[in-house]
Design a protein around this ligand. Structure first.
Ligand SMILES: Cc1cc2nc3c(=O)[nH]c(=O)nc-3n(C[C@H](O)[C@H](O)[C@H](O)COP(=O)(O)OP(=O)(O)OC[C@H]3O[C@@H](n4cnc5c(N)ncnc54)[C@H](O)[C@@H]3O)c2cc1C
Length: 456
């Protein structure tokens, strides 16, 4: 989908001193993300390819690129590690893809906070803060590849959310520094509640160059697997341990259907048992075990990260969040997934009835987390894909039971998320991207504004 009206070689020439790619397989490679999880998006996005990839190394480079994009009025899609699931960094209208991974300095680690450039890989950032005796509050299981800017711009929650809530929770992200896309780009620093203007906006309303994040003292988490004969018992146990009296960093339950995708775990996750994967603090492990025994749970693993490495075993979070889907897809491409938030209080009987109703069409996976201080249960069910119609029929069934669905088969922020237009994000886009060049097609509210159909 190259834009033949633009002389891309001349465009690249104006970026003298900044690495660019204007031809070859990397154009396609860096136009992809993990939207192939969805057969619907995979088909829809397969022809979307950037015309040029650019690799800034500093905020000044970012400003030069933003100025040129503004003067030439070409689309600009920002790319971190490219692990997003909704085509967030796929350039729908071609143009420039800006790969942020060379902007990766950890600027300053203080007591309780870190300032870091947006393109830093989360795993490297976590190692750096660990060396100071601290930990990030949360991360996705893709931490080796995903960037911290991509997580804040594209992510929602992750490993750590049972302890610290979601990214949107107050003070988890303290500050965001943004470069605007104008002929003369400006730098805007957002703090406190203002960061929500840019958080989870899919890179549509500003280029994040730096972030300030809260840190907590490091903890030597125990990666546990606890097995149950019935999935209902696994859910009852998870509900019982969702209490501030236990210090947990991860709490995930998966049905036994997932076991074949985790064959490397052997008897730690056998085919005839449902499993709870968790990260438990050493101080809480006795209380954890007592509650597990009371719910009929049998521990099949309990090791810290160092011991896991020695045994060649994966961390517990590789059987959590969207890593489960990845593991299933590695074995069998017929799977896809859905995302739901269960109504509160969590109704385990309803979950058991749904499991019965769908049988082998769905394997259940639940994440227990906190959001705005409250415990919440999210479902990331693995769904055997047949047709798009069936995906939407299943979503309607979940909704009829009071669940909120987050559609993973769409590219816009609003349709995948809360189904609401965020006027604060649109207002910020007016400031930071007045020509509408950033990641066009991903913010439905902006498109409706341009078409004159946006309701207040
Ligand atoms: C196996 C697997 C597990 C996952 N687990 C989780 C999870 O637990 N929680 C979760 O929330 N997500 C999860 N995800 C989704 C994804 O990994 C995360 O959102 C991840 O943090 C994205 O980071 P990235 O650097 O790869 O971003 P990308 O995919 O490169 O980008 C994501 C979005 O952010 C924008 N963006 C990137 N950098 C910037 C920047 N500097 N300024 C402005 N916008 C920017 C992009 O334009 C894009 O819209 C998972 C995905 C996979 C494949």
């Amino acid at each position: 989908m190259r834009d033949s009206h633009i002389d891309w070689d001349r465009f690249a020439g104006e970026l003298n001193g900044i690495r660019t790619i204007t031809s070859g397989g990397q154009l396609r490679g860096r136009s992809r993300d993990f939207s192939w999880y969805s057969p619907i998006l995979n088909e829809q996005l397969k022809d979307c390819v950037a015309d040029l990839i650019v690799f800034p190394r500093s905020e000044d480079d970012v400003k030069r690129i933003a100025a040129l994009v503004s003067r030439w009025r070409v689309p600009l899609t920002i790319r971190g590690g490219g692990t997003g699931n909704y085509g967030q960094c796929v350039p729908l209208q071609g143009g420039v893809v800006m790969d942020m991974t060379d902007l990766k300095q950890v600027v300053e680690i203080g007591q309780g906070s870190v300032r870091v450039e947006a393109g830093a890989r989360i795993g490297e950032l976590q190692s750096a803060v660990r060396a100071s005796g601290q930990d990030l509050l949360m991360f996705p299981s893709t931490l080796r590849v995903a960037t911290i800017g991509g997580f804040i711009a594209g992510g929602y929650a992750g490993v750590g959310s049972i302890r610290h809530g979601i990214l949107k929770d107050r003070d988890n992200v303290r500050g965001i520094r943004v470069v605007t896309v104008e002929d003369v780009p400006r730098v805007i620093e957002l703090q406190g509640a203002d960061i929500q203007k840019v958080h989870h906006a899919f890179g549509t309303n500003g280029i994040i160059t730096q972030l300030e994040l809260t840190l907590k003292p490091a903890q030597d988490w125990l990666h546990t697997i606890t097995l149950f004969e019935s999935y209902g018992d696994a859910l009852r146990f998870c509900t019982a341990v969702s209490t501030p009296e236990l210090d947990l960093y991860l709490l995930t339950s998966v049905e036994r259907g997932f076991a074949p995708f985790y064959a490397h775990l052997g008897e730690r996750f056998p085919h005839d048992r449902h499993a709870v994967f968790a990260m438990v603090s050493p101080q809480s492990i006795d209380a954890w075990r007592e509650l597990a025994a009371r719910h009929g749970g049998v521990e099949s693993q309990c090791m810290n990260a160092h011991a896991l490495e020695e045994h060649g075993l994966p961390p517990a979070y590789e059987c959590a969040y969207n890593h489960t889907t990845l593991q299933a897809l590695k074995t069998d491409r017929q799977w896809t997934y859905l995302q739901i938030a269960h109504p509160q209080p969590f109704d385990i009987e309803l979950s058991e009835r749904l499991a019965q109703e769908f049988g082998d069409e769905i394997y259940w996976h639940h994440e227990f987390a906190r959001q705005f201080g409250e415990y919440r249960v999210f479902g990331i069910p693995l769904v055997r894909y047949t047709t798009a119609e069936r995906q939407y029929e299943i979503m309607r069934i979940f909704e009829s039971h009071g669940c909120a669905t987050f559609d993973p088969h769409v590219v816009t922020i609003e349709d995948g998320g809360m189904k609401e237009i965020d006027h604060a994000q649109i207002d910020f886009k007016r400031l930071a991207d007045p020509h509408g060049l950033l990641n066009p097609g991903k913010m439905r509210g902006w498109e409706e504004l341009a078409a004159g159909t946006l309701a207040d």
